[in-house]
Design a protein around this ligand. Structure first.
Ligand code: ADP
Length: 416
């Protein structure tokens, strides 16, 4: 091929170099195919051109692009490998020149019938991919000035190989884009399902917890009390799982996905704590709620705020032994609302305090864990608070208990 290229006149050579630059910088398949077709016709001084690629499933060649003004729309029309000119080029892996197709034994006149175009002469060359495998055929159709020359063969062969590599790359990019789109759709479906399931599971579980707690208090039989305790324990575990599902919704906290509005934080805290009552009953914890009389307007995402408060409460319940106490206090400090969740639980060693807000960090080693959870709650609470202009921090004494604080800027009435 080198000897052929040496014979190319400088005009064609320059055009091939330019074509190579364009082919390398385009990864949009249809744009690429159109460009190859117009270059193939121009470089060989032909009326038109077409490009066919092997369909790996049917082992037929399919038209992927044709010069519209000459051959109409043949896109995706299949031609057999064994009885067509393009098929012959593909199988022999050699260029082929035919001066008058109508007299050629394997000429497939269907193509002309379908396109309404009259083909006379054809120059067909094989296209190769980066590893040299034949992947298709590039054809120049109806030479405008006389017959196809060896120089045309060299030019078109060079273009075909540059095009083969570029088309394969563009196809891979296309496949990647499609896979990425599908992944995104799946991810979206998964998030929607998690959001729906966690929401729908909460209500029936609250009812179960409520009734079982009530029965547990009322029963006088130690055997029944024992069985109800086991039901309660299982329900508390389920509650913790649902909390993890709620957190998963917010794993990728994109500020734009938050629905920012002004709402009363007092109501959010009251509602979350009311829902948790049965869970703490199950462990016979004393839950004390201290809320201000007046409203505390903050600007944020109400759903996210509910998740933050219930993460803190869920942890306090989880890490506090039976009979312990949890205090939830909401008050104004300067121009901020401060929420404190204090428990008399196992506490957190001082050197770990800074790390509990990191994703998947859990103080207990995973091999001897007694508490369920994914280790996401606090990290997500931190992300969500920062996205809403708030803060979270903790204090703790091992064996005595922990205090978690949340601060959110209060908004004046003008924002409502
Ligand atoms: P999870 O509770 O699912 O493990 P979190 O992110 O909510 O995940 O908490 C991370 C870790 O911080 C917990 O595993 C626990 O070790 C510690 N922790 C959180 N809250 C408390 C608490 N109130 N008392 C003691 N340890 C806590």
């Amino acid at each position: 091929m080198e000897s052929g290229l040496e014979q190319l006149d400088s005009r064609r050579f320059a055009r091939l170099v330019e074509a190579s630059r364009v082919l390398n910088s385009t990864s949009e398949l249809s744009e690429l195919l159109d460009f190859i077709i117009s270059e193939a016709a121009a470089l060989t001084n032909s009326e038109g051109a077409s490009l066919l690629l092997l369909d790996p499933d049917t082992r037929e060649l399919r038209f992927k692009a044709t010069s519209n003004e000459t051959q109409g729309n043949l896109t995706d029309m299949a031609v057999p490998l064994d009885s067509s000119i393009a098929g012959t080029v593909f199988r022999t892996n050699d260029p082929l020149i035919i001066e008058e197709v109508s007299s050629h034994p394997v000429w497939n006149s269907q193509v002309d019938r379908a396109s309404g175009f009259q083909t006379h002469s054809i120059l067909g060359v094989p296209m190769h991919n980066v590893s040299g495998k034949t992947v298709g055929v590039l054809e120049a159709v109806n030479k405008l000035d006389g017959a196809f020359t060896p120089e045309d063969v060299e030019t078109l062969s060079t273009l075909a190989d540059l095009a083969g590599v570029a088309v394969e790359r563009a196809r891979l990019v296309d496949e990647l884009k499609q896979a990425y789109r599908q992944l995104n759709e799946l991810d979206q479906l998964k998030s929607e399902f998690i959001a729906l399931a966690s929401h729908e599971l909460r209500t029936p579980l609250s009812i179960i917890l409520g009734y079982v707690s009530y029965l547990r208090e009322e029963t006088e039989s130690p055997a029944t009390a024992n069985q109800l305790d086991r039901v309660l324990k299982a329900a508390v575990r389920l509650r913790s799982l649902i909390q993890d599902m709620l957190n998963l919704q917010y794993v990728e906290t994109d500020k734009h996905r938050l629905t920012m509005e002004t709402f009363n934080l007092v109501n959010v805290v009251r509602d979350v704590v009311a829902e948790r009552d049965e869970t703490s009953d199950a462990k016979q914890l004393t839950l004390c709620l201290d809320l201000p009389e007046e409203r505390m307007a903050i600007f944020g995402d109400q759903g996210a705020m509910e998740v933050i408060v219930s993460n803190l409460l869920n942890n306090a319940i989880k890490f506090t032994a039976e009979g312990g106490r949890i205090d939830i206090t909401l008050q104004q400090r300067g121009d901020e609302a401060w929420l404190e969740v204090r428990d008399t639980g196992i506490g957190i060693p001082p050197e770990q305090l800074g790390r509990i807000f990191t994703r998947f960090y859990q103080v207990e080693h995973h091999l001897d864990r007694h508490h369920e959870g994914l280790g996401l709650g606090l990290a997500i609470a931190k992300d969500l608070l920062e996205a809403q202009g708030g803060r979270i921090w903790a204090k703790s004494q091992v064996g005595e208990g922990s205090q978690f604080f949340v601060a959110m800027p209060l908004v004046g009435n003008d924002r409502e």
